[in-house]
Design a protein around this ligand. Structure first.
Ligand SMILES: N[C@@H](CCC(=O)N[C@@H](CS)C(=O)NCC(=O)O)C(=O)O
Length: 338
């Protein structure tokens, strides 16, 4: 009996310890009154500021959704632009509360940097872009090419793997920022530009003559892009995770920015649990029970954000593909809210 009580006590202490450590980021964000979100320095569709400093993008919407859930105000976000090399240090040091910056979830990043990775908000893979005039149809024809890429990315590593595995010669021309990389490619300092496929479409828009370039058919890696936060802050992690899942669930249930108020009257139990008209799911993650209502009201569901930022309603016009809902043949799948 004593033994049982002991283990209960140890269990309770553990829960409390985890609870207090975990509430740390949420408390900091609440007392600061603003979420600090690690962002791209400027990648169309994912995260970039306009001339007035208004940020847009799929990653930006994710951060806005977290802010909406906490503050009922999607504008309470400070976007902190981070280069590929600096992004993890900024998160580790506490400069940002969360990193949503087209960042690939890899085992080493997840297990060796004191970080935690969350749901994949965009399933990507690495590709290549070349000038049409080179008349190259496949990456297998790239032997001897010079390749422009960015330091501190998975891109650099995959590039080396691909050329080595296929016994192709190449020369890397690596830069610290995406601007330098794409400018060097545009200026003809390298034959090939490589990054995540989504990034190829986004960066192509910056070229002097975008139509003079083609994206080759090969996708050489898996790039699951998602959010990251500090390891150990589990409650904060729950908020970041469930924000994405709420957006996916809303899409699945047909709850949109436009109809969310109407949906408050829904008798569908799944909709009721999502919007907090039934259950205490928000309180369980340190928020209010209308947390997901706030997300949908201020930001919209996942499909709406995808279409507007990277999909049919955007300049990038990327197909939903593997980022479609699981029920439509894609990989976006949210665990049930119950
Ligand atoms: N997903 C890859 C690549 C991410 C990445 O940093 N891509 C570049 C090229 S598209 C970028 O966004 N650069 C913007 C910057 O450094 O400001 C990773 O996590 O390493």
């Amino acid at each position: 009996m004593k033994k049982v009580l002991m283990s209960v006590a140890v269990g309770a202490a553990f829960v409390m310890a985890a609870g207090s450590a975990s509430a740390q980021t949420l408390n900091q964000v609440k007392s600061r009154g603003v979420l600090q979100c690690g962002s791209n320095t400027g990648l169309a569709g994912f995260g970039q500021p306009d001339a007035q400093g208004n940020w847009t993008g799929l990653d930006v919407d994710y951060c806005r959704a977290v802010a909406a859930a906490i503050f009922n105000d999607a504008t309470k976000v400070k976007f902190v632009p981070l280069s590929a090399k600096d992004r993890f240090t900024a998160l580790q040091s506490g400069e940002v509360d969360v990193l949503v910056r087209n960042t690939t979830w890899t085992m080493s990043r997840d297990t060796q940097l004191g970080l935690e990775f969350g749901p994949v908000n965009y399933y990507d893979g690495q590709g290549f872009m070349v000038r049409k005039k080179l008349k190259i149809a496949s990456a297998m024809e790239l032997s001897g090419a010079s390749v422009c890429t960015q330091q501190g990315t998975t891109t650099e590593l995959n590039l080396a793997d691909f050329f080595r595995a296929n016994k192709l010669k190449y020369e890397v021309v690596a830069f610290a920022s995406s601007d330098e990389t794409i400018k060097a490619y545009d200026a003809g300092r390298c034959d090939v530009f490589t990054t995540d496929a989504s990034g190829l479409y986004a960066e192509r828009l910056k070229l002097t003559a975008p139509d003079d370039h083609i994206v080759l058919p090969e996708i050489i890696s898996k790039e699951p892009l998602g959010a990251a936060w500090r390891h150990g802050d589990n409650q904060w992690g729950d908020i970041v995770k469930w924000t994405h899942y709420a957006m996916v669930t809303a899409e699945e249930l047909g709850v949109t920015k436009a109809n969310v108020d109407e949906m408050l009257k829904s008798t569908n139990p799944d909709v009721k649990r999502l919007l907090g008209t039934e259950g205490k799911f928000g309180e369980a993650i340190g928020l209010t029970n209308d947390w997901a209502y706030r997300i949908i009201k201020h930001v919209g569901n996942y499909g709406e954000s995808f279409d507007k930022n990277v999909g049919a309603g955007s300049r990038l016009k990327i197909a939903r593909g593997v980022n479609a809902l699981w029920s439509k043949g894609g990989l976006q799948y949210a665990p049930p809210i119950r």
